[in-house]
Design a protein around this ligand. Structure first.
Ligand code: FES
Ligand SMILES: [Fe+2]
Length: 427
């Protein structure tokens, strides 16, 4: 349970809100690379931390991310012409390159120097792991860009789905570190089975346990925290535990335990105070991983079938997420297809910003409590002039980074287990 002030501190990201200002000190995902497939392709609207932007790929293949409103008289550059090295506003023809430099001002008389004086707002951009990343903070505090954890090498197999969600970012994040909900909400897609560990097929992730009330243990780290969810396994329950270790990496990254085929990585990126975009990556650095369309089919996130071209859900609150009560009578737990859709139905039903002042938390909410504690402390420290958690630290410097899952002897201390995810998935 939080006070109303703490809830605002955690959730609000627009304008001068401290959480948004802190997030600006990290590299943030702006959109998928596939949204900008080729030079001079259609521009894309991007809204991040309450700021409206336009992403485009110029004639040389470079990506730009600029303020949506033209500096002249504020028409939207989203409608602009993307050609010959820049984005040209339709209204009076001013043109900007990927760095926000004005390169043409056809509406001004010959000899005018106004073009040289106008600098449009543009953020630095990098492409890696299937995403376009940007940095929106002060230049002096920009950390060195490093490849994302889910794509340590150019060749790493990464398949990503993206969904626009009508809730605050922290609700989405809390879904990803809430181990207990998977045993209820996702019980049809993640059934119990006599398997050695989490096992992926094209239609389900089987798990070696029927235990719905995991015991949770947390450990604070430099980058956030990690936690173990410990369940009774189906086999050898007298001597063994089924342990799932998840890492939270500030400000909004979650390393979810892998299955036998791929690792799973979630980001809940704040669009503004009341919307977020979830990106979930299935990745493997030691095998083929999972094909993009198979990943989107399994998760119910195919564009044109489940999502529109802006990554908004076709089944949504307006039609009760397509919930099928007859299907429930036949044994499906939720009647909602695809585990992200089940999550989103629950998260959006909590309201645009969940009221955390009147919750009744239980033992299975330990990781949720830790997330709030870590991030509220981080943002208060940031307001007092300290660096955000993990800021500028390289991934390889974290000895306890990563996630894993396994049936282990009860004597095993999960904190000492070598966790690097790709190695775990390969074993
Ligand atoms: S508003 Fe864009 S050129 Fe005038
Ligand atoms: Fe979930």
């Amino acid at each position: 349970m939080l006070t109303a002030g703490e809830n605002d501190l955690l959730c609000r990201v627009e304008g001068d809100a401290p959480m948004g200002q802190m997030m600006r000190r990290y590299w943030l995902p702006a959109c998928l690379v596939e949204e900008l497939p080729e030079p001079d392709c259609d521009p894309v609207r991007v809204r991040l931390l309450g700021e409206d932007l336009v992403a485009f790929r110029d004639s040389d293949g470079r990506v730009g991310l600029v303020a949506e409103q033209c500096p002249h008289r504020k028409a939207s550059l989203f409608f602009g012409r993307n050609e010959e090295g820049g984005l040209r506003c339709l209204y009076h023809g001013w043109k900007f390159d990927v760095e926000g430099k004005c390169t043409d001002m056809s509406s001004e008389p010959p000899g005018s120097t106004l073009c040289e004086k106008v600098k449009h707002k543009a953020y630095p951009v990098r492409e890696a792991g299937g995403l376009v990343w940007t940095y929106m903070g002060p230049a002096a505090e920009m950390p060195e860009f490093q490849r994302p954890i889910f794509s340590p090498r150019e060749e790493t197999s990464v398949s990503i789905f993206k969904i626009f969600i009508n809730t605050n970012w922290a609700q989405g994040l809390e879904g990803g570190i809430d181990s207990a909900h998977s045993s209820s909400l996702h019980s049809t897609d993640m059934p119990a089975a006599r398997v050695p560990g989490s096992t992926a097929t094209g239609t389900a992730w089987a798990r070696p346990t029927t235990d719905k009330s995991p015991r949770l243990q947390v450990q604070e780290t430099d980058f956030g925290f990690r936690y173990a969810a410990i369940r009774r396994p189906i086999q050898n329950s007298a001597t063994h535990d089924y342990v799932r270790v998840t890492s939270f990496v500030a400000p909004f990254h979650i390393m979810i335990p892998p299955n036998n085929v791929y690792n799973v990585y979630q980001m809940s990126v704040p669009v503004d105070d009341t919307h977020n975009i979830i990106y979930i990556c299935a990745w493997s650095d030691s095998g083929p991983g999972v094909d993009l369309e198979a990943w989107r089919k399994f998760t119910g996130t195919q564009i044109g079938i489940d999502l529109d071209r802006t990554y908004r859900k076709i089944d949504n609150a307006a039609n009760n997420y397509g919930q099928d009560r007859q299907w429930m009578k036949l044994g499906n737990f939720t009647g909602i297809r695809g585990f992200p859709n089940q999550d989103i139905a629950m998260q959006e039903s909590m309201g645009p910003i969940a009221d955390r002042t009147g919750e009744r938390l239980g033992a299975s909410d330990v990781a949720i409590v830790e997330f709030r504690r870590v991030m509220i402390k981080a943002v208060r420290d940031f307001m007092a002039g300290k660096k955000p958690p993990g800021h500028g630290v390289k991934a390889e410097d974290y000895p306890s980074y990563g996630s894993w899952e396994r049936v282990v002897p009860k004597t095993t201390d999960w904190r000492g287990f070598e966790p690097y995810p790709a190695k775990q998935a390969a074993e």
